[in-house]
Write a protein that binds this ligand. Structure first.
Ligand code: MN
Length: 182
């Protein structure tokens, strides 16, 4: 599986420079420290999923842009997997498509995994489509359980979280919708 660290580094630098933002200005907009942003941009450190969401949100970009090249259609090529210490493994299934303003991920949660996410942005909605096992999802602190075959809709403009309290791996597809731009 390709390591996403370098692609994340290059993408962060390109998006930041396209805005003409310093690291300090980017730190202010994303809530991620200047030191951490510098490490990520130099390819010295791979962010957690939660940190990368903060960066994508602050730069008003899609999350998938950090893991995959934009493609006309989903591809069968092996995609980079972003894994973090929360026990979350994330892979792009559908890169952000500006026509429909959506992207889709396959996410694995290890047994005991818990990942908390800050709000992604006003109007961002997620569908959590459970493929394997069972997991719990919180929206604004309220937990709901979902098992294989279930679909939950999540207001991602709120603080939200995903956890797997079970002994078996949980896998879900995460369909993320972004509101129409100006
Ligand atoms: Mn989320």
């Amino acid at each position: 599986m390709p390591d996403p660290t370098q692609h994340i580094a290059v993408t962060l630098k390109a998006l930041r420079q396209a805005r003409g933002w310093s690291l300090a200005r980017t730190a202010e907009a994303t809530g991620v420290s200047k030191a951490m942003l510098g490490q990520i941009e130099r390819g010295e450190s791979s962010p957690t999923v939660a940190t990368l969401w903060k960066i994508a949100g602050g730069l008003e970009g899609s999350f998938s842009a950090f893991l995959a090249e934009p493609a006309a259609a989903p591809s069968a090529e092996p995609q980079a997997v972003l894994s973090d210490s929360a026990g979350m493994h994330m892979r792009v299934l559908i890169p952000f498509d500006p026509r429909w303003r959506l992207e889709m991920f396959a996410i694995d949660l290890e047994p005991g995994a818990c990942s908390e996410s800050s709000p992604h942005g006003v109007g961002v909605v997620e569908h959590v489509i459970v493929i394997e096992g069972a997991l719990e999802v919180a929206e604004a602190g309220r937990w709901q359980t979902a098992s294989a075959g279930d679909v939950l809709q999540l207001d991602a403009a709120q603080t939200h979280a995903y956890r797997n309290p079970h002994e078996a791996r949980a896998r879900f597809h995460n369909l993320v919708h972004y509101p129409a731009g100006e």
